[in-house]
Design a protein around this ligand. Structure first.
Ligand code: CA
Length: 240
């Protein structure tokens, strides 16, 4: 789902997370009549699930969602993916706008907005992300050694081979790879990667790390990239 040419803007897949059906209908209609494909989800959980399973070229995210605040959704998304995000906000207070952009969102639209305005913003953001290249493979740079992570397709290759990871395994590994040497506690990993971290236990993380290590060793039996910091948590290091 990578955008490589300008004409590909029109084939973009846009995920819309919005709980009000009337707004969702308007947005979907406006964007689809321009040729975009729109996938609508009305809760944060379903939206995140879809983004993680299918990928998208752009996400339109309502701030007032029934199950999770849009800012929290955004933080979870940004821990792993650089997909462009446009916020929809109904609260006409400056702070929403400011914090939306301070968090690194690409743009925002205040309700009520005209379909034409939104469509123009969508095009502008897609064009910009094409120019800056943030829509291509999101590699982590030289420190990651044999790893190549594609946050758009939610895949990681290791020594050129695709790692068959579950959504949460991907989340943990991507986060560790993006911050070489930084130790993450089990609690931090839970809150970054899981939708409902309060219902999970530390040993959930341990079990997932064990699975990731197992999968790495199936490709390289000497693999020791995910290290344990005793009593603290886990970190990534390419050093032996
Ligand atoms: Ca709402």
């Amino acid at each position: 789902m990578r955008l490589s040419r300008k004409s590909d803007i029109d084939k973009s897949i846009i995920i819309l997370i919005e709980d009000e059906p009337a707004i969702a209908d308007t947005v979907t209609y406006a964007l689809e009549s321009e040729g975009f494909t729109v996938e609508w989800r009305n809760t944060a959980h379903e939206g995140l699930e879809l983004i993680q399973s299918s990928g998208a070229n752009l996400v339109i995210l309502d701030i007032g969602l029934p199950d999770m605040n849009g800012f929290d959704v955004f933080r979870k998304l940004r821990a792993l993916s650089s997909v462009p995000v446009i916020f929809l906000t109904a609260r006409n207070v400056e702070i929403d706008r400011v914090s939306g952009l301070e968090m690194g969102a690409d743009d925002y639209v205040v309700k009520p907005f005209s379909p034409r305005e939104l469509t123009a913003r969508v095009r502008a953001v897609l064009r910009r992300s094409l120019q800056t290249g943030s829509v291509s493979v999101d590699s982590c740079g030289p420190e990651v050694g044999p790893f190549l992570i594609d946050t758009r397709a939610w895949t990681v290759t290791y020594h050129g081979k695709n790692l068959d990871l579950t959504r949460h395994e991907f989340g943990i590994l991507a986060l560790l790879l993006k911050h070489p040497g930084q130790v993450f506690s089990r609690e931090q990993l839970l809150s970054h990667v899981w939708d409902e971290p309060e219902h999970r236990l530390d040993r959930t993380v341990d079990a997932h790390v064990k699975n990731i290590r197992f999968k790495l060793r199936k490709i390289d039996n000497q693999s020791d990239s995910i290290k344990t910091k005793r009593g603290v948590g886990y970190f990534f290091s390419s050093q032996k």
